[in-house]
Design a protein around this ligand. Structure first.
Ligand code: G6Q
Length: 532
């Protein structure tokens, strides 16, 4: 990060001390109009942030000096920007709806992308229209997606978000936890003869997924014999050899590529459960939405670039306001898994403490991201947002129209959406409370400081298109922040550690040598091993 610009920003931060959004808005009647923009069907109002023109100007300059243009081009040009794994990062190729080629090592990947999309469409139509049946001739009614992390959270979030567009004759279940309860409780809800298991694993070695997949296969074999496996399983993976060893037929294997990161993979074959539920046409609309935001991100100038604006605002609070967390608050029940999905995408991408040169960073990086749908959150944790001692910047996401005929409900929902941001920004003063007749002993308790920042994001309606654009917006925001922090947003060594460290302990629990561990770990193993 350019030290001169950081110093200028530090001075501007100091100068902000004591300023309040109440005064800032009063002094600048054009502010709301100036700090807003539209892209890919989304409208962003970012006027309720603790910023002004000089701050924004310096933040844009900082991003420019972090080579915003260069990084965008490197991504789109297929350069190995995930340098620790020596891989390009090309989730944008998965939803490239234009005719331009996207190349990896000089080869256009678009024909392969289209080939897999066509195969998915053929398969999804077969299941949806009943030509692909279970082994006993029954139609498929239940889809069970077995995967974890990036092979679970995206499809789960989107199938929930687009439930209104789904085929109600199909039910989709997600099994991720290696805790046998997850699979067992799912099996209680389904008829195996009507069930299709999708084994989703980029590596096809992830212990949780393979354990659940083998247990599911045992169930199918026990119920209908070995031959039934071919009718009741499909796989999504880059490891075609391991899939063949598992026994899944080649025409039921949907590939993807090492340039697709798990948490950025829902528009690859990893999204097959989504296509099964909403159909190929709506899946195409979802890709169109992603593509619209991708184009905006790659083409819009910095000052009018929505992902870049969200990124610099988030950076401002982490770096200069010591904000350690960030809330995503969707005012739409269908988006109830949206914060959890971006909790992974953001925290796994930017939860890093070593920069691109291998040096420990000397500044804070990605915040803790969390959230729940409004208005439920209002009756729970908003107390802290309004009156707690920590600053939590928040994004409020809402839709002008509801998908369900519920005029009163939707009006109330959106009134809360607007009111909460107003209260966070402008608070409630002592004078207002006195004018309302508040008891004097309660005034300090009932005062709201305000001056708490938020963004409002509004689209007309929750559709596959608007959802795709929204997901792409946050994906690119994460990438832009990684430019500022000079970190690789696309590796995940912390997750890789988790995949390996339990293996030896599992053997010890099964009765093998305990091996060398600290006294506490040794004691834990000894305490538990008697049960296995
Ligand atoms: C995502 C991460 C991680 C990954 C899971 C599942 O970016 O790499 O969440 O998706 O660990 O991995 P597999 O798909 O290989 O089973």
């Amino acid at each position: 990060m350019n030290p001169d610009i950081l110093h200028q920003l530090a001075d501007l931060r100091k100068a902000w001390e004591g300023r309040h959004l109440r005064r800032v808005f009063a002094e600048d009647p054009q502010r709301a109009e100036r700090y807003q923009l539209e892209a890919a069907g989304w409208w962003l109002d970012y006027s309720k942030n603790l910023i002004d023109d000089p701050i924004l100007d310096r933040l844009f300059e900082l991003l420019k000096s972090s080579d915003f243009d260069g990084w965008r081009n490197k991504m789109r040009g297929g350069e190995a920007i995930n340098h620790t794994e020596n891989r390009p990062v090309l989730h944008v190729a998965l939803r490239n709806r234009g005719t331009e080629p996207i190349c990896v090592a000089g080869k256009d990947v678009m024909p392969d992308v289209h080939h897999v999309l066509n195969a998915m469409e053929h398969f999804a139509n077969g299941v949806r229209y009943g030509s692909l049946k279970g082994a006993t001739g029954k139609r498929i009614r239940s889809i069970v997606n077995i995967g974890i992390g990036g092979s679970d959270l995206g499809p789960l979030m989107v199938t929930e978000a687009l439930k209104a567009y789904s085929d109600r004759n199909l039910r989709c279940h997600f099994v991720s936890n290696v805790d046998g309860t997850h699979l067992a409780e799912t099996l209680k809800q389904i008829d195996l003869e009507e069930t299709l298991f999708l084994i989703v694993s980029k590596t096809f070695t992830t212990i949780e997924t393979m354990t659940n997949a083998r247990s599911a296969r045992d169930q199918i074999v026990a119920a209908m014999g070995n031959e039934a496996v071919g009718h009741h399983f499909a796989a999504i993976s880059t490891n075609l050899k391991a899939v063949a060893e598992f026994g899944i037929e080649p025409d039921r294997v949907f590939g993807f590529w090492d340039w697709v990161g798990g948490r950025y993979s829902l528009t690859s074959a990893v999204g097959l459960s989504i296509m099964l539920m909403i159909g190929p046409k709506h899946f195409g609309d979802l890709l169109d939405g992603f593509y619209a935001m991708d184009r905006h991100f790659f083409e819009a100038p910095l000052q009018k670039n929505m992902p870049a604006i969200l990124a610099i605002l988030g950076f401002w609070y982490v770096h200069f306001w010591q904000a350690q967390s960030y809330a995503i608050l969707p005012y739409d029940q269908y988006l109830h898994r949206f914060p959890a999905y971006f909790q992974q995408a953001d925290m796994e991408s930017n939860g890093k403490s070593v920069d691109r040169n291998g040096n420990r960073v000397t500044y804070p990086t990605g915040p803790i991201l969390w959230g729940e749908p409004g208005t439920n959150g209002q009756h729970a944790f908003y107390q802290l947002l309004h009156q707690g001692t920590v600053l939590v910047p928040a994004d409020f996401i809402g839709f002008a129209q509801s998908l369900n005929p519920s005029g009163t409900h939707h009006r109330q929902l959106m009134a809360n959406f607007v009111a909460q941001m107003e209260a966070l920004a402008f608070g409630k003063t002592e004078e207002q409370l006195i004018a309302e007749g508040c008891e004097s002993r309660l005034i300090s308790y009932r005062t709201f400081e305000g001056n708490r920042p938020s963004n409002a994001l509004i689209a007309e309606k929750l559709t596959p298109h608007s959802l795709g654009a929204l997901i792409a917006l946050y994906e690119h925001k994460i990438f832009v922040q990684s430019m500022l922090w000079n970190i690789n947003a696309f590796d995940q060594w912390g997750v890789e550690l988790g995949k390996k460290c339990a293996t030896q302990i599992e053997r010890a629990l099964a009765g093998e040598e305990i091996g060398t561990h600290d006294a506490s770990t040794h004691q834990l193993i000894n305490r538990l091993k008697a049960y296995f």
